[in-house]
Write a protein that binds this ligand. Structure first.
Ligand code: FMN
Length: 329
């Protein structure tokens, strides 16, 4: 039923409901609405400025940033699958110093909260990058311990709770003035254990999911499509699994798991295959405080704007005043 909500439907203001408040606060950072452009799918924001009204977004996550510039992976980088997208970009970026100098001023002017997605090949590189970001004007750091497309670092830290805790602790130590959101890998054998390790090491929020490790073979050549053989799967194909992971994590954090372990119930940014208002509402109902949209922007750049309008309309129709009141019944 929710899926039928039209972003420009006729239900607007029915019943004279007051304009709902879409703002959310994630680890002290106020977003004017819960819709964030996901890392690696929105450049540094300005690339989309001629196509959509970027200022309407709640936040923008940058492409994964590393201390030093990276050229990214060679060979094929994108491959479509049924309802999905495989990517093997490999953290191509100009390096954190160049990002701060050349991209951040323009990104700041766009209006939405700026979230820097941080990666590294080892803990020292993560920490050095975090120190540079700490001294910059970004609003928050999203700790990428979940990229499946690099040989060193990335997902290596996000599969194991101990490694995830160590890198989070080290980044937290140098990131004195900014909130830290750890971005989790759906490929972790126990994503809840990784999440607990990150929160216990000082993460203020969690985001999930990054892409699922997957592959494709070109049957004409008999060779894998990607030089790295595997790549990361995103898009609607992963959505029900991502939703289940957000739900389970939220449940685990807010209630005692029965194992005697308790962890602060930090806010969650949920993502994975969100393409429309109904998808976004599902993640908010599953416990997410905000949502990130990635692959959908490639197909339909207006997706995020339509989702913001659709959530507004839903809240008006349901007479819901604040995002936090959207929950599973
Ligand atoms: C082309 C592409 C590049 C990506 N690059 C990054 C990245 O640099 N850092 C990161 O944390 N996630 C990256 N991601 C993962 C997305 O941010 C997101 O977690 C994932 O795609 C799931 O969301 P979606 O199904 O809405 O795309 C990338 C995804 C795609 C499709």
């Amino acid at each position: 039923m929710i899926k039928d909500i039209s972003p420009t439907g006729t239900q607007k203001n029915r019943g004279g409901a007051a304009k709902p408040d879409l703002s959310v606060t994630i680890a002290g950072v106020r977003l004017k609405n819960p819709v964030i452009a996901a890392s690696g799918t929105f450049g540094y924001g300005s690339e989309y400025a001629d196509i959509i009204d970027v200022s309407r977004l709640g936040g923008i996550c940058t492409k994964g940033l590393t201390l030093h510039p990276r050229p990214g992976n060679g060979g094929r980088r994108l491959h479509e699958t049924p309802s999905g997208l495989l990517n093997s970009i490999g953290l191509e970026n100009p390096g954190i110093r160049a990002f701060i100098e050349k991209e951040l001023p323009g990104l700041r002017k766009l209006g939405p909260a700026v979230i820097a997605n941080l990666s590294g090949k080892d803990i020292d590189e993560y920490a050095e990058g975090a120190a540079l970001l700490d001294a910059s004007s970004v609003d928050m750091v999203e700790l990428n311990i979940s990229c499946p497309n690099v040989k060193a670092g990335g997902m290596m830290f996000g599969l194991d709770p101990q490694a995830a805790g160590e890198v989070t602790r080290e980044v937290r130590r140098v990131l004195r003035g900014k909130p830290l959101m750890a971005k989790l890998s759906p490929n972790a054998p126990d994503i809840t254990a990784v999440a607990r390790a990150c929160v216990n090491a000082g993460a203020d929020a969690l985001s999930l999911v990054n892409t699922f490790k997957a592959m494709a073979i070109d049957i004409r050549t008999g060779k894998p499509v990607f030089d790295n053989i595997s790549a990361g799967l995103s898009g609607p194909a992963v959505r029900p699994i991502a939703l289940r992971m957000v739900w389970e994590l939220w449940e685990a954090l807010r209630s005692s798991s029965g194992t005697g372990e308790t962890t602060r119930a930090v806010p969650i940014a949920g993502m994975g295959g969100i393409t429309n208002t109904g998808d976004a509402l599902e993640f908010l109902m599953a416990g997410a405080s905000a949502i990130e949209v990635g692959s959908a922007t490639f197909v339909h750049p207006q997706s995020m704007i339509e989702i913001i309008e659709g959530i507004t309309e839903y809240m008006q129709r349901m007479k819901i005043g604040r995002i936090e009141e959207i929950s599973i019944r």
